[in-house]
Design a protein around this ligand. Structure first.
Ligand SMILES: [Zn+2]
Length: 52
């Protein structure tokens, strides 16, 4: 899950995961939550770098 979001998963695995996410509400919610969390962390780190 985490590695898929970070973009270092093999393309065929990512495709399988996306197919599963379309069919599975629980994983879709988890995936969206993690994407939001990572976007938030990236904003925090970007802000820290600007003021370092
Ligand atoms: Zn699932």
């Amino acid at each position: 899950m985490e590695s898929h979001i970070m973009g270092d998963l093999a393309p065929e695995l990512a495709e399988q995961l996306e197919t599963h996410l379309r069919q599975c509400d629980a994983c879709q919610r988890r995936y969206e939550e993690q994407k939001r969390l990572i976007a938030l962390l990236q904003r925090v780190f970007a802000t820290k770098r600007r003021f370092a």
